[in-house]
Design a protein around this ligand. Structure first.
Ligand SMILES: Cc1cc2nc3c(=O)[nH]c(=O)nc-3n(C[C@H](O)[C@H](O)[C@H](O)COP(=O)(O)OP(=O)(O)OC[C@H]3O[C@@H](n4cnc5c(N)ncnc54)[C@H](O)[C@@H]3O)c2cc1C
Length: 456
């Protein structure tokens, strides 16, 4: 069903965050005949599909963009980019709740970063993965900031984000060496074998063999066969893409960074690492420190150990996640998992929902975030159906109140026409020398100026 004309429900739902989860959620709600208002921090929609997925994955990004444009062009969807929700932002959560919409869904991703909290982790040359990823994807605020990586970069973590960062360091920064550092062993590596193709032509195979020899006894102790694990890992170095770079990439396993060691100007010079062994834990393994410390010289360190949500937004927060209703409903999908919950009052926050990485930080690829958005739409659909007879504000009322607040705060929201004007200018710049993949302006000010010019 398309949400046009007589089949409209009359319910207005606000979706905060236009990443893969929010866009899926908005589409389902719009298709079900609800009026949808999307508010998004970034001027452009897409979230990590625009500012996270590696810029050269043009096919994936292009396909998503096409779907998102189609959804935004539905008559019962209104887009407001460059609008952030949070304390001291364009609107607070309370402002939003006061607009009169029937429901609000937060699909704002996981904007915080996990830290392992080691001494020296604020030194020059220490970076969080998300900042680096935002930098090479040219998210305003990050695109034009210098990222001085030096010659030898340690990336803490062995997931797909590590591979993306290594890819950028090798192909575009052409650093001398990248070392991925793992608390556990090679059998517990987390990256997708297909992703490693982006960097496997730069693998230091001799160095990797030495690393396996160094940790062999510790793998044997938990019944892992080092030779087999090595053969399995290196067999994935197939269909390697050419990077045109002399950089070398290696791994350091069974190693926990304990301190970032700095020089006299507080610049990274090494990591102090502790050797680990593996212990069996059910079907899995755990890393256990051996209290053997050593120095590992590096010029910079990137922590790629996962994300957590932004606790400053004003949603109930605990231990890196927003709190959801602990009282399961038994529905499939379970409504409770998507309902924001106030532990103090022991009540759900009426009409407030969560989806995507805002609900489960770092959980899966775009397809998983999309499915979460779809599920959240189902839950919201049930919520609205149960409130069918309640009086409700119209789209025009909600938008009028929203615009009044944005005007008072001197916010500069960007609508669909603005996005079209921006896209037209970006296309003219495509192929600019500093653009990996598509061209992007590095600041909101540049984008807003071009949008203004494009409108005239
Ligand atoms: C480095 C990296 C590479 C990845 N590569 C791939 C890949 O190759 N293939 C793949 O399938 N998946 C990939 N993923 C995973 C994919 O990006 C995520 O699954 C997906 O983007 C999560 O969607 P989301 O909508 O929950 O959050 P996000 O994509 O983070 O979207 C959140 C949205 O909320 C907005 N927002 C944030 N805070 C606020 C606020 N306070 N107020 C208003 N709006 C706000 C943001 O502007 C953004 O538009 C990658 C992830 C990362 C980190």
């Amino acid at each position: 069903m398309s949400g046009t004309g007589a089949d409209r429900s009359g319910h207005v739902v606000i979706v905060v965050g236009a990443g893969p989860a929010g866009m899926a959620l908005a589409k389902k709600l719009a298709d079900a005949g609800h009026e949808v208002i999307i508010l998004n921090r970034d001027i452009k929609f897409g979230g990590l599909a625009e500012y996270g997925i590696f810029p050269s994955k043009l096919k994936l990004r292009g396909g998503l963009k096409k779907q998102y444009w189609e959804m935004l062009e539905q008559p019962n969807v209104q887009y407001f980019g460059n609008v952030s929700i949070g304390e001291g932002k364009d609107l607070t959560v309370e402002n939003l709740r006061g607009l009169g919409a029937s429901a609000i869904a937060f699909s704002i991703g996981a904007q915080g970063t996990k830290a392992i909290g080691v001494e020296g982790d604020s030194a020059q040359g220490v970076f969080h993965a998300k900042d680096v990823v935002y930098h090479f994807n040219r998210l305003p605020g990050f695109g034009d900031r210098p990222f001085d990586m030096g010659k030898h970069v340690a990336i803490i973590g062995v997931g797909d984000v590590m591979v993306d960062i290594a890819h950028w360091l090798i192909r575009y920064k052409k650093v001398e060496r990248v070392t991925a550092i793992a608390r556990r062993g090679p059998a517990e590596r987390k990256y997708n074998p297909k992703e490693i193709r982006a960097v496997c032509s730069n693998m230091d195979l001799a160095g990797i063999a030495q690393e396996f020899a160094r940790i062999k006894d510790r793998l044997t102790a938990v019944g892992q066969h080092a030779d087999e694990v090595q053969a399995g890992m290196t067999a994935e170095f197939t269909k390697c893409e050419s990077t045109g770079s002399p950089s070398k990439m290696g791994f350091r396993f069974l190693a926990s960074p304990k301190r970032v060691l700095v020089d006299a100007s507080n610049r990274v010079r090494a990591l102090e690492m502790e050797d680990n062994k593996l212990e069996l834990k059910g079907d899995d393994t755990a890393a256990v420190g051996l209290k053997r410390l050593y120095e590992f010289p590096v010029d910079s360190v990137v922590f790629a150990v996962g994300d957590r949500v932004d606790e400053t937004v004003g949603l109930p927060y605990k231990n890196g996640v927003y709190v959801t209703n602990p009282n399961k409903t038994g529905n499939d999908p379970d409504d409770a998992l998507f309902q924001a919950y106030d532990e103090k009052s022991g009540q759900t926050i009426d009409g407030v929902f969560l989806a995507g990485w805002a609900r489960k930080a770092s959980e899966g690829l775009v397809g998983i975030a999309k499915r979460d958005g779809d599920w959240c739409a189902e839950v919201i659909g049930r919520y609205l159906a149960a409130r069918a007879s309640r009086p409700r504000a119209t789209m025009a009322d909600v938008i009028a109140k929203l615009q009044a607040i944005l005007k008072e705060r001197k916010s500069q929201p960007v609508d669909l026409d603005g996005l079209r004007a921006l896209e037209a200018v970006e296309k003219i710049h495509a192929g600019a020398p500093d653009a990996i993949g598509e061209f992007k302006f590095a600041s909101n000010a540049d984008m807003l100026a071009h949008i203004e010019r494009g409108r005239r």
